[in-house]
Ligand binder design. Structure first.
Ligand code: ADP
Length: 169
């Protein structure tokens, strides 16, 4: 991690339950802007996740292989504290809609109050992915909908298996 301290690193935090093609598009575009992108997989106390944090990290690790300057780590606690721990000063976030804008605006101002040295940089979601959310994809999977166009194949498989396991128990 030490080489990250001096370089132009952005940290892309989220729940990623699971990672989808909208996230991946943002990661790919971020990897062209920044020297390094570190994906931080966090715990959202308001959500009970489909996938444990280690599973979400492993699903991401498999699909970021094509990007040599992208890595993934789990974290607990405040995102700004994680960004500091990495030695970065930039948080990368995606914006899908006006409603994202409102919550992300509040969150970025709160993060600035918590740590004024850390800036949030936003990229707009690309049109084909702007309606994608992990929440919606978990719902589609639960009702047996097709997932291939929204999720990398390995993630679609894992989600279908998880839904079946949950429906059996
Ligand atoms: P969700 O569960 O809603 O997909 P996450 O916490 O996993 O949300 O999202 C992590 C980050 O990725 C957030 O900045 C979010 O705005 C962004 N993001 C989520 N979906 C997309 C998308 N379809 N395109 C671009 N960015 C996205």
């Amino acid at each position: 991690m030490s080489q990250l301290l001096t370089s132009n690193t952005a940290v892309y935090t989220g729940t990623f339950d699971p990672i989808h093609k909208g996230h991946l598009d943002l990661i790919e575009r971020g990897s062209r802007i920044f020297d390094h992108v570190v994906i931080g997989v966090g715990i959202n106390p308001d959500k009970s996740p489909f996938f444990a944090m280690e599973e979400r990290v492993e699903l991401i690790r498999a699909v970021i292989e094509p990007f040599p300057n992208v890595s993934v780590r789990g974290f607990s606690g405040l995102a700004v504290a994680f960004v500091r721990e990495i030695g970065a000063r930039v948080m990368l976030r995606g914006l899908r809609s006006a409603s994202d804008m409102e919550s992300e605006f509040t969150m970025s101002l709160m993060n600035l109050s918590l740590d004024p040295e850390i800036e949030t940089v936003f990229l707009m979601a690309k049109e084909p992915y702007s309606h994608l959310s992990s929440t919606l994809l978990r719902q589609i999977a639960t009702f047996g909908g097709r997932l291939e166009q929204f999720l990398p194949a390995s993630v679609a498989d894992a989600l279908e298996h998880r839904v079946r396991d949950r429906q059996r128990s």
